[in-house]
Ligand binder design. Sequence first.
Ligand code: NAP
Length: 329
Amino acid sequence: MKVAVVGATGMVGEVMLKVLEERNFPITELLLVASERSVGKKLTYKNNEYTVIGLADAVAAKPQIAIFSAGGDTSIEWAPKFAEAGTTVVDNSSAWRMDPTKKLIVPEINASELTKEDKIIANPNCSTIQMVMALAPLHEKYKMKRVVVSTYQSVSGTGVKAVKQLENEIAGIDGEMAYPYPIGRNALPHCDVFLENGYTKEEMKLAREPQKIFNDKTFSVSATAVRIPTAGGHSESVNVEFENDFDLADVRKMLHETPGVVVQDNTDTNTYPMPIYAHDKDEVFVGRIRRDETQPNTLNMWIVADNLRKGAATNTIQIAEYLVENDLV
Ligand SMILES: NC(=O)c1ccc[n+]([C@@H]2O[C@H](COP(=O)([O-])OP(=O)(O)OC[C@H]3O[C@@H](n4cnc5c(N)ncnc54)[C@H](OP(=O)(O)O)[C@@H]3O)[C@@H](O)[C@H]2O)c1
């Protein structure tokens, strides 16, 4: 495969290259693409040095697959140009996620929707991916009615500038701010921009994307997204009400048997998911599984994943692998 990685110099881009290498993605030619600022810069993949090129040169090279993580504006402008050149784009930004003509894919759940005609495919939001990974088997068996989620999101989810802000605060350096307030020793109930309805854009992604992924509007999601001073890994407290009652042992067994999900749940040994354990792993970790004692058919869980891996790079590359394995590019 001739593969382009657009946004190769960014935080997600760096993890993309690592995951492509780890999974030995079948690459015959690799194009590393970034903004004009980075053209000519050298990056390494599998011990070989590559020179970063610009978007126009990458389109002209007609790669079979282009993996985008370069922000929404770049995707809006350039993904259609790649698609016109015959390239299949898998996009990490929010640009195409809710476009009714584009598919929103978590491979373990709905990759079978993909066809050769899909030339721009969207990767869901990082917080959505880890939540639906744990909800999918439960929704199938017990049918969700309503989900209430509160997130505890790391600074790496905002990008390089935010990671630097936290590092500067820890080192006592007065530096550039990614957030309107200090993030160290703090919690900001503010991820992405505020919308007219009083929610943030991140919260509305969590509310809308699961309905599209499950192709089901019969359940609803209410979200509060909070930024906390962890370097990497997002955590979520998820309360889910089902149509049907469940048995806790069955819930644990089902999650345990779900590919890509790991149950870490033993209060006797203080075993529960945490960002430091999820770091650099592809799985979604689920624990603190317990019945909500205040209303029927309702479950509480704590879900953690590495936002740069399953939340971004790994999910995107799994989509690309599915396309290759099923002869869809
Ligand atoms: N961080 C996360 O947890 C996460 C999770 C899921 C999805 N995403 C999405 O992934 C994307 C990248 O996020 P990130 O955290 O990796 O950001 P980042 O570290 O700021 O990197 C941005 C990348 O995009 C490139 N870029 C920016 N403007 C460009 C342009 N006009 N033309 C071509 N390339 C351009 C940058 O190139 P230069 O180095 O040349 O500027 C860099 O490679 C965003 O859309 C984000 O929403 C992020």
